[in-house]
Design a protein around this ligand. Structure first.
Ligand code: GAL
Length: 999
C-alpha cells in the first residue's frame, strides 16, 4: 500500500524540479523577535547566545501513561547525548467531548512531562497539532469530529470553531513551559505535514495564519515551526520551516534490503531553495517504522532501521548540515486503550532505539556515538556542504564511494568528509584513500601505507583540522567519539570497526612529541608529515591508549566505543536545568547505562544500570581531584590504569523474583454476550434513528448506522435490529466497516449465523449469512451484530475528510425478499459514549462489550457469583466471555524488571478469536489470533503494581462456531536490570463502583 504522503510526494516532484513555490507570508525574523533566548541563523539554533546542536528524539507521553517513568526514559535520552526531545500532543484525548472542556488531568497532564525534560536537561519541541497523524485514531482529531460538518484542516468556520478551544488551552500550557518562562520548550510546531492537497483544494493560508495567531495570542513566543512531509515548500511562513523523511519506508518484511538511491541528497538543494536563512531542520527523520496488523513484527523493523541504517542515513543528514534533527520515534511506547488508528496494533515499539519496555537496543549505542561526536564538534554548527550529488569518486578516486565535504564557513578551519557507498543497496567491501586539503597542504591518507576500508552498509565521518581543546587534530580517519580537556590533558577518543586500519594525525608546534602506547595490545606506527604534523597509524581492536605530548588518545573498536558515557555534573553549575552542556565532562567507561554523576569533596557519585551480574569494569576519566567513586551508592575499589585514570569493578545485582503462573491462578468467568438471550432487554440502548448525517459518506440505509454519529468512537460496537419477518427471509446480507483487521459476528436471536474473521488489509466486508431455516411470517426477531472498531482513519490529505470514514453498518438486506418491513435499530458502544464513565483511564480505554459496559475489567468488581473458568479453557461456541483473576507481585526496589503478557497461540492460524487484556483496568493489549503479529504485550510498571495486588481481566471473543481459547498466557520479564531510575508511582487505578444507566 502506498502511503498518501508518498503519492503526494511523487506528484510534487515535478513542482520541486520546476522551482515553483507557494507564496510566503511573514515570519518571525531575526530583527523582529518576540524573545531573544531562542534565535537562529542560516547555520543553527542559538540558545542563550550559544549555538546548539538540536539532536532530538520523538517521545509521546500519552503512549506511556505512567508519568513517574518519564524521567527514566528522558535520562536515558540525555545519557545517549541528545540535547532535545520532540512530542506530539493528542487533541482527541484532551477533548473527547465537545464543549466539556480541555482535560489536562491525570495521564493527560503535560506538566510532569515538561518537568521531567527539564530535570533531565533536555529541550522540548512541542507539537500540539491540531492534526498530528502519528498513527493515532483520527490522526489526533477527536471522535466527535466525525459528526461535525466542514472540511477539516482548512479555514472552514466549523473546523476553526472546533479546534479553537483546544489550541488556545494547550497554547497556554506550552507558553507556561517555554524557555522564556524557565521551561524546556524551545520550538512549537503548528499542524503536521500540511503538505498534501487534493484538487480542487490548495494550501489554505488563512488556516495557517490562524493557527499561528492562536499560538501567539496564547503566549507562545518561541519560534513556530512546521513539519512539511518533504522539502516541498508548504507552510513556509512559520519561523523555522522544516520537513520529515522516512527514506527506508515501512515494509519490514525484507529488513536487509535498501534501495540503491535511498539516501536523500536533494535535501540540501531543496533547503537552499526554500529557507536558506534558517538551519536545515528535519523535524522527523526515520527512527524506526510502524508495523501494521498482520505485519512482520518490530524486531524486523529494528533491523531494517538498525545501526547500519543509522550510520549511513544519519551521517548523510550530517552531510546535509541538519543541525536541527529529530528522530521519529526514539521511544515509541504503547497504543494502549483505543489510541491506535487501524494501521497499527497495540505495540508502538517502532523498532526504536529505546524499545517499548524502555531497554536500550544496539541502535541506541550507535546514536550515542553520533550524538557525542556532534556535541563536541561546534565547528559542525557553522558548516555547510560544498558538494552534493555527483560526489562518487570525490576525494577517494573510488567511484563506488561518495564523499561529501563540509566546510566550517565561520571558523574557517575545520572540514568534515562524509564517506558512504555510492549504491546504498550493496554490501560490497571498498578500499580507499583520501586525498584532502589540510592546513599543512594536500595529503593522501593513509600517509603511512595501506588503505582505508568501508565494508558493506557503512558510512564514516573523517575530520580535518579539528579542534579538541588546545589540540588540533590534523586529520582522523578513526571517527571521533568524544574529547575533553581534563586537568589540561586533551583526552580524545576515536573508534573504528574491529580490525580496520586508521590514522589520526596531530598538528604540533616546533617540538613534536613522541607517541607511546601506554595500555592495550594495539601497536602504532608514526610518521612526521612536516610542518608540525605527526601521523599515527593503528588498527582499531579492543582498547589501546596512546600518549602523545599533551594528548591521551583512546583507540577503540566499535564495541568498546559503545561502553563510554559522557556525563556532566549538574551541580557544578549551581542550577538544576543544565540543558545540553559540554562543560566539566566526566568520561566513564561502564556498561549498559550510566545516567548521572554528582561531584562532591573529591568523590564522584555515579548512577547507572546493569543488565548483567558479570563484573563490569569501569574506567573513570576525570580530574585528579576525584579519588573516590561510587556507583549506585556502592564504593568502587579503585586502582590506577597505566594512563593514570581510575578503574574498578562492580557487578549488577539482579535478585531472583517469583512470578505468578497465570494458568494455575483461580480464574472466574462470565458470559459477556447476554444480548443474544431472549430475556435480554435493550430498552435503554441508543436508538439508531438518525435520518440524516453530516458525514461525507452518504448512508445507504434508511437510518444512519454509523457508530460515530451516536457518539461511539472506540472498542467494540454492538448493533441490534428488531424486525418482523415477511415469511420469505432466508438469510442476511450485511456490509460492515470497522477499519483494517476488524471482524464481526452475527446472531439471529440466539443463533450464531457467522463471522467475518478479519484481514489485515480490509477495512470493510460484505457478508451473507444464512438463517437456519426460512423465517415464518410475522415472527419477531432480532439480529445482533458485534463489530470491532479499530480506530478512526487518519486524515493525511488536508481538506480531506478521511477520518470521518464511518464505523458501522454500510448496507444490509435480507436474502429471499426485499419486502421485510423496516424495523428498529439500536446501538451500544462504550458506556456513556462521549459522556464516558472512566475519566481516569480516559475516553478510549473501554469499548462496548457487555463486560466493559458493566466495568468487569476494573479492580474490585465482585465476581463471587461467577463460575470458574479461564481463557485457557475458553469458549466452545461463538460468543464473548470475560475472565478475571488477581495476583500479587513483590518486586524488590532498585531493579527495573519490565514485564509482558505473552500469548503462545500461533497467530495467523485459522482459529479466529480476539482478546483484550486489562491490567488494573487499563487495556494494554488487543490480540487477534488469526491476524497477529503481536503476541507479547509489554505492560509498564505503574500499570502493573509491582508491590501488591493486580487485577487481570481478559475479554475473549470467539468468531468461530467451534469457539476459541488461549493456548497459554504468561507473565514474563522482558529484561532484568539493576536500575538507578526513580521510584515508580502506580498510575491511579480506581476500582469498580456501581454504574448508573448500565445496560
Ligand atoms: C510522518 C508523520 C508522523 C507519523 C510518521 C509515520 O509522516 O508526520 O505523524 O505518522 O509519518 O510513523
Amino acid at each position: 500500500m502506498l502511503l498518501p504522503k508518498f503519492v503526494a510526494f511523487l506528484a510534487a516532484l515535478g513542482t520541486l524540479a520546476g522551482g515553483q513555490r507557494s507564496p510566503r507570508l511573514t515570519r518571525q525574523s531575526q530583527t523582529d523577535v518576540l524573545q531573544n533566548i531562542v534565535t537562529w541563523d542560516q547555520y543553527s539554533l542559538i540558545i542563550n547566545g550559544t549555538r546548539v546542536d538540536v539532536f532530538s528524539g520523538e517521545i509521546h507521553p500519552f503512549r506511556l501513561p505512567v508519568p513517574s517513568l518519564y524521567l527514566d526514559v528522558l535520562q536515558k535520552v540525555k545519557s545517549l547525548g541528545f540535547s532535545a526531545i520532540s512530542a506530539y500532543f493528542f487533541w482527541g484525548l484532551h477533548e473527547p467531548k465537545r464543549g466539556a472542556g480541555i482535560s489536562f488531568e491525570g495521564f493527560r497532564d503535560l506538566q510532569p512531562f515538561f518537568d521531567a525534560a527539564k530535570k533531565a536537561g533536555l529541550y522540548v519541541i512541542a507539537r500540539p497539532g491540531p492534526y498530528i497523524n502519528a498513527e493515532v485514531t483520527g490522526g489526533g482529531f477527536p471522535g466527535w469530529g466525525t459528526h461535525t460538518s466542514g472540511l477539516w484542516r482548512t479555514s472552514n468556520a466549523s473546523y476553526v470553531e472546533a479546534y479553537t478551544d483546544y489550541m488556545t488551552s494547550i497554547g497556554k500550557v506550552l507558553a507556561k513551559n517555554q524557555i522564556t518562562n524557565g521551561g524546556p520548550i524551545i520550538l512549537v510546531q503548528v499542524e503536521n505535514e500540511y503538505s498534501g492537497f487534493q484538487a480542487p483544494y490548495t494550501e489554505d493560508f488563512e488556516y495557517e495564519a490562524n493557527l499561528k495567531s492562536i499560538m501567539r495570542s496564547s503566549g507562545v513566543t518561541v519560534p513556530l515551526t512546521v513539519n512539511d512531509a518533504w522539502p516541498g515548500s508548504h507552510y513556509t511562513n512559520v519561523d523555522i520551516y522544516g520537513y520529515d523523511s522516512y527514506p527506508n519506508g515501512f515494509d519490514c518484511s525484507h529488513p536487509d534490503v535498501w534501495l540503491s538511491d535511498a539516501v536523500p541528497e536533494y535535501f540540501w538543494g531543496a533547503h537552499l531553495g526554500i529557507n536558506p536563512q534558517a538551519p536545515n531542520a528535519v523535524y522527523e527523520f526515520q527512527g524506526g517504522a510502524f508495523d501494521p496488523w498482520g505485519g512482520f513484527g518490530y524486531e524486523s523493523c529494528a533491523q531494517l532501521l538498525g545501526p547500519a541504517f543509522e550510520r549511513v542515513f544519519y551521517k548523510n543528514q550530517f552531510a546535509m548540515a541538519s543541525t536541527v534533527l529529530n528522530f521519529y520515534m526514539l521511544y515509541g511506547g504503547t497504543n494502549w486503550g483505543g489510541i491506535a488508528h487501524p494501521g497499527v496494533y497495540t505495540s508502538y515499539d517502532y523498532g526504536s532505539a529505546i524499545a517499548e519496555d524502555r531497554t536500550l537496543r544496539e541502535k541506541a549505542y550507535e546514536l550515542k556515538l553520533q550524538a557525542y561526536f556532534r556535541s563536541v564538534s561546534p565547528a559542525f554548527l557553522t558548516s555547510q556542504p560544498t558538494n552534493i550529488f555527483a560526489t562518487q569518486g570525490s576525494f577517494t578516486g573510488n567511484q563506488a564511494l561518495k564523499t561529501t565535504q563540509l566546510l566550517d564557513f565561520v571558523g574557517n578551519k575545520t572540514a568534515f568528509y562524509v564517506v558512504r557507498q555510492t549504491d546504498a543497496s550493496v554490501n560490497d567491501d571498498q578500499t580507499y584513500s583520501l586525498t584532502l586539503p589540510t592546513s599543512i597542504g594536500q595529503l593522501t591518507i593513509p600517509t603511512i601505507g595501506g588503505s582505508l576500508a568501508l565494508n558493506g552498509k557503512d558510512s564514516k565521518i573523517h575530520v580535518v583540522d579539528y579542534s579538541a581543546g588546545s589540540t588540533t587534530v590534523l586529520y582522523s580517519t578513526g571517527e571521533i567519539l568524544t574529547w575533553a580537556t581534563i586537568d589540561s590533558t586533551d583526552v580524545i577518543l576515536v573508534y573504528g570497526n574491529k580490525g580496520e586500519l586508521h590514522e589520526t594525525a596531530f598538528k604540533f608546534g616546533a617540538a613534536i612529541p613522541t607517541a607511546n602506547v601506554v595500555s592495550g595490545a594495539g601497536k602504532i606506527k608514526t610518521k612526521l608529515l612536516g610542518n608540525g604534523g605527526l601521523a599515527l597509524q593503528y588498527v582499531t581492536s579492543g582498547q589501546t591508549v596512546v600518549r602523545v605530548g599533551n594528548v591521551l588518545l583512546y583507540i577503540l573498536d566499535r564495541a568498546n566505543a559503545y561502553d563510554f558515557w559522557v556525563l556532566n555534573p549538574a551541580t557544578a553549575f549551581g542550577q538544576s536545568f543544565v540543558h545540553s552542556t559540554q562543560k566539566n565532562p566526566i568520561i566513564v567507561k561502564g556498561g549498559y547505562l550510566l545516567r548521572s554523576v554528582t561531584a562532591s569533596a573529591g568523590a564522584l557519585q555515579l548512577t547507572g544500570d546493569f543488565n548483567t551480574t558479570q563484573p563490569v569494569t569501569f574506567e573513570i576519566i576525570a580530574p585528579q581531584l576525584f579519588q573516590a567513586v561510587s556507583v549506585n551508592g556502592a564504593k568502587l575499589a579503585l586502582a590506577k590504569t597505566p594512563q593514570g585514570t581510575l578503574t574498578g569493578q562492580r557487578a549488577g545485582s539482579l535478585p531472583p523474583i517469583s512470578l505468578p503462573n497465570l494458568a494455575s491462578l483461580p480464574w472466574k468467568t462470565a458470559d459477556s454476550l447476554p444480548e443474544i438471550q431472549p430475556q435480554y432487554s435493550d430498552a435503554s440502548w441508543t436508538v439508531a434513528d438518525h435520518k440524516t448525517t453530516v458525514n461525507p459518506t452518504p448512508p445507504n440505509t434508511t437510518v444512519v448506522l454509523y457508530a460515530g454519529d451516536y457518539g461511539f468512537h472506540t472498542g467494540s460496537i454492538l448493533w441490534r435490529h428488531h424486525f418482523a419477518a415477511s415469511g420469505l427471509e432466508k438469510g442476511f446480507n450485511v456490509g460492515v466497516q470497522g477499519g483494517a483487521a476488524f471482524g464481526f459476528s452475527v446472531w439471529l436471536d440466539q443463533t450464531f449465523i457467522g463471522s467475518w474473521k478479519g484481514d489485515g488489509a480490509l477495512s470493510n466486508f460484505n457478508g451473507t449469512f444464512s438463517f437456519p431455516s426460512t423465517l415464518s411470517k410475522d415472527s419477531q426477531h432480532v439480529l445482533t451484530i458485534l463489530q470491532d472498531h479499530m480506530g478512526n482513519e487518519e486524515n493525511w490529505w488536508a481538506a480531506g475528510e478521511v477520518f470521518k470514514t464511518p464505523r458501522g453498518i454500510l448496507s444490509y438486506s435480507f436474502v429471499g425478499t426485499d419486502k421485510t418491513a423496516s424495523g428498529v435499530w439500536k446501538v451500544a458502544g462504550n458506556l456513556g459514549g462521549e459522556d464516558y464513565i472512566d475519566t481516569t483511564r480516559g475516553a478510549l480505554n473501554e469499548g462496548g462489550l457487555f463486560g466493559e459496559r458493566q466495568g468487569w475489567h476494573l479492580p474490585g468488581f465482585n465476581d463471587a457469583s461467577w463460575v470458574k473458568g479461564s481463557p485457557m479453557t475458553g469458549l466452545r461456541h461463538a460468543g464473548v466471555a470475560f475472565y478475571r483473576t488477581t495476583f500479587t507481585l513483590d518486586i524488590p526496589a532498585g531493579v527495573d524488571y519490565p514485564m509482558a503478557l505473552v500469548f503462545t497461540n500461533a497467530t495467523a492460524t485459522t482459529a479466529a478469536f480476539r482478546a483484550q487484556l486489562f491490567v488494573n483496568g487499563y487495556q494494554f493489549g488487543k490480540y487477534v489470533n488469526n491476524i497477529g503479529p503481536q503476541k507479547s504485550f509489554p505492560v509498564p510498571q505503574g500499570i502493573l503494581n509491582y508491590n501488591g495486588q493486580n487485577t487481570l481481566a481478559v475479554s475473549l471473543w470467539a468468531l468461530d462456531a467451534a469457539g476459541g481459547h488461549v493456548d497459554s498466557l504468561r507473565l514474563v520479564t522482558t529484561a532484568r536490570v539493576e536500575s538507578s531510575m526513580g521510584k515508580v508511582a502506580n498510575a491511579p487505578s480506581p476500582g469498580w463502583v456501581p454504574r448508573v444507566h448500565v445496560f
